[in-house]
Design a protein around this ligand. Structure first.
Ligand code: DX5
Ligand code: ZN
Length: 221
């Protein structure tokens, strides 16, 4: 299996001091930065665009930036984020008219590519493109907001995606996004995930360093 990675979602950070917030969680041991892009069209909320991604790069942040596009359509945003220094770009298949074309675009631009599955999106969409993917992002809440509760049936979905990947002999990253916390992270790992997006369970905690340590303690147990 792949090494466990915690990707803190900056959606729950203090935007007025974003650079410092990101440096704090990276210093605390998190390896990636999860970057939630919302457009008030594909999801009923609005966050930030590629300029904020460039700003983090210009601020000296070198850690992988894991862009999660909750926008429709996706292709123009893929181009902008690749230029802005994204490391990986994931999008929702429902938001692209030509999924294969969007996947190819991400790869052509030199980024890792992921597909995102909403809670009710069947995993069958992966069957036609898993060979092309570096990552599958499984939503364990409905996209749009931080701080929601983990939907328990996501565990079974993670298992089914891991089984599908194994069937294809593909050691892709399986990332889980929504309601991940120190109490459920072990179960999520045991179901087959290796990448853990955490928003409120890190940024909304009094002692973030300790919150990150507790999560890694569970993962490495
Ligand atoms: C939801 C976002 C998530 C969210 C996770 O649409 O994709 O990344 O910020 O936040 P928590 O961990 O608070 O559920
Ligand atoms: Zn996300």
């Amino acid at each position: 299996y792949n090494k466990p990675i915690i990707a803190p979602s900056i959606l729950s950070a203090d935007f007025a001091k974003l650079g410092d917030e990101v440096n704090e969680v990276l210093a605390g041991g998190c390896q990636w930065v999860h970057f939630d892009v919302m457009d008030n069209h594909y999801v009923p909320n609005l966050t930030f665009g590629s300029m904020i991604c460039s700003a983090l790069r210009e601020h000296g942040i070198t850690a992988p930036i894991d862009v999660h596009l909750m926008v429709e359509p996706v292709d123009t945003m893929i181009e902008q984020f690749a230029k802005a220094g994204a490391t990986s770009i994931s999008f929702h298949p429902e938001a692209s008219k030509h999924i294969h074309r969007s996947i190819s675009l991400v790869k052509q631009l030199g980024c890792q590519v992921g597909l995102v599955l909403n809670p009710a999106t069947p995993i069958t969409v992966l069957e036609e493109c898993i060979e092309e993917l570096d990552m599958v992002l499984i939503m364990s809440v409905n996209p749009g907001f931080g701080g929601q509760s983990f939907i328990p049936s996501s565990l079974d979905k993670i298992k089914r995606v891991r089984a599908l990947a194994l069937k294809h002999d593909k050691n892709i990253r399986i990332s889980v996004d929504g309601g991940v916390n120190q109490n459920n992270i072990k179960q999520i790992q045991q179901a087959g995930a290796d990448t853990f997006v955490m928003g409120s369970a890190i940024f909304n905690q009094e002692n973030r360093k300790q919150a990150i340590e507790q999560a890694f303690l569970q993962l490495n147990d």
